[in-house]
Design a protein around this ligand. Sequence first.
Ligand code: PGA
Length: 249
Amino acid sequence: MKRPVLAANWKMNMGPGDARAYLRAFADRTPALTDRTVIICPPALILLAAAEVLQERPDILIGIQNIYWEEKGAFTGENSPGCAHEAGARVALVGHSERRQLFGETDEETAKKCRAAVDSDLIPILCVGETSAEREAKETDQVVLRQLRAGLSELATGQIAHIVVAYEPVWAIGTGKTATPADAADVHGVIRRALARMIGAPASEVPILYGGSVNAGNAGALLAAADVDGLLVGGASLDPMVWASVCRA
Ligand code: PGA
């Protein structure tokens, strides 16, 4: 059986001091995790501080929330994937809906970022999800499949088998509205079948995470849904005690 993947997205919250205190509290509260994969994505400026605190906890992976697709050069303000890896990141979120909506990130850019992540030995978590208008127009599957195919278009079949996908309906992010486990299972099934058409049997090994207003109360039911292999959590990951209980779900 696949290990569940629990990923925390701190977004633009916490400084190095808060992060150190949080990670110490979380690590104390959470004995070495052998049956699940926990990922924490702090702001990029805190990667080094996080890696330092988690030195003795190789079971907790660090991720970066966004990368640029070039390795180095005149790209003021951007974060290099290789540099993120050197700072301790092993995972990169790609195409989070806030990147798409607030910063105009396109499907084409998510493709380049997925490719750049893989080239730098970072596991991309490709985020896909429909807005409420798209959901009302019954375009969920179409939108999710477009984002999925486009985002993976620069990867080889063997590389796609080692990525992570996160289904995050935009209307559920930070709103307190969650997809029902049945709704999540439906969309995850659509994603799984699309992956199977792309890469065959290894599609069953690609973790598909659900994200959008996950909390300690609903995490267990969502994780139990078919094809839900893990969770991507924003707000409920900001308190180490709450996050520890989500990780035990
Ligand atoms: P939320 O955010 O858990 O606060 O809804 C999830 C995300 O944006 O990844």
